[in-house]
Design a protein around this ligand. Sequence first.
Ligand code: FAD
Length: 307
Amino acid sequence: MKRTTEWKRKLMELATGTVLFDECMDRHTSIGVGGRADALVSPESVAELGRIVAFLRAEGIAVFFVGNGTNLIVRDDGFRGVIVSTKGLRAVRVEDRGQDRAAILAEAGASLAEVVALTAKEALAGMEFCAGIPGSVGGGIRMNAGAWGSELKDVIESVDLLNGGGNIMSCKREALQFQYRDLALPEGACVAGGVFVLARGNREAVEGRIREILRTRTGKHPLQYRSAGSIFKNPKGMPAGKIIDEAGLKGARIGGAQVSEMHGNFIVNLGSATARDIIGLIELVQKKVLETKGIALEPEVKIIGEE
Ligand SMILES: Cc1cc2nc3c(=O)[nH]c(=O)nc-3n(C[C@H](O)[C@H](O)[C@H](O)COP(=O)(O)OP(=O)(O)OC[C@H]3O[C@@H](n4cnc5c(N)ncnc54)[C@H](O)[C@@H]3O)c2cc1C
């Protein structure tokens, strides 16, 4: 008991912003479910992030990094450990790279939406595909977020990684192992920021492409409900949504969770869903799709917390 109080006291000393103890994670995930984390801390600088991570690791306390929580399900019994949010790390700036190119340097907690808005303002082409993806820069890099045939790896020049000891190093794209919806990170590493290199283009063309993408997404995704985006990775050859649709699972429900009637790869929270409902529905979809189509669907969403 004494030890518990001691680490909490020390964490409050290290953090310049608020530390939320026993914080309900349904407030920090887009799908709106999740039990309590022992603590949620939002460092306000990369140096502070480093100090906090090094302290928690040295104490043997479990750490989980969260950006915007848009690809995350926290189980109902919560998370024993500290969730470190990057939302206090939001600096973004543009750096000249000659006549044809410019770089955007963004900290992990900046939203992809604000980076996309900046590319439009600066007439920089290449990141329009991120329009409508509700994640953060750090979460986007970790998940190698993508759409319309492009992924973040296509525009990344380098990524700043913070290791478990709290030290930062800049890794060039060539040294990073990106895959479909994944960047392999060393154990315990956090993305502190990224550098995206883009081509100088025409402002109207960039804005037009962003508008077109946002319009198409509104017509395809059930944005009136809370969700975690695509639940499953697309197997080679066919989108998961189509497979789920063909298996007759659109509209399937457990409690307050439903396979969207609009898009088979979205599970939506009808308002009262628990993590148990959502995870139960994920397992039901996996079982039915394996039985009827012989395909093993792999979740794209990250699921954490006490079983
Ligand atoms: C309506 C909707 C539409 C979506 N559309 C798309 C889409 O078109 N394409 C797509 O790819 N995704 C899509 N997503 C999913 C999601 O937005 C992306 O995966 C996004 O990149 C996740 O970013 P995040 O900050 O929310 O990450 P989180 O959900 O907070 O975290 C996701 C994972 O990344 C890790 N992580 C987060 N930040 C860091 C960090 N700084 N360092 C290390 N690890 C970190 C977390 O530990 C976790 O494992 C959609 C989601 C929604 C709700």
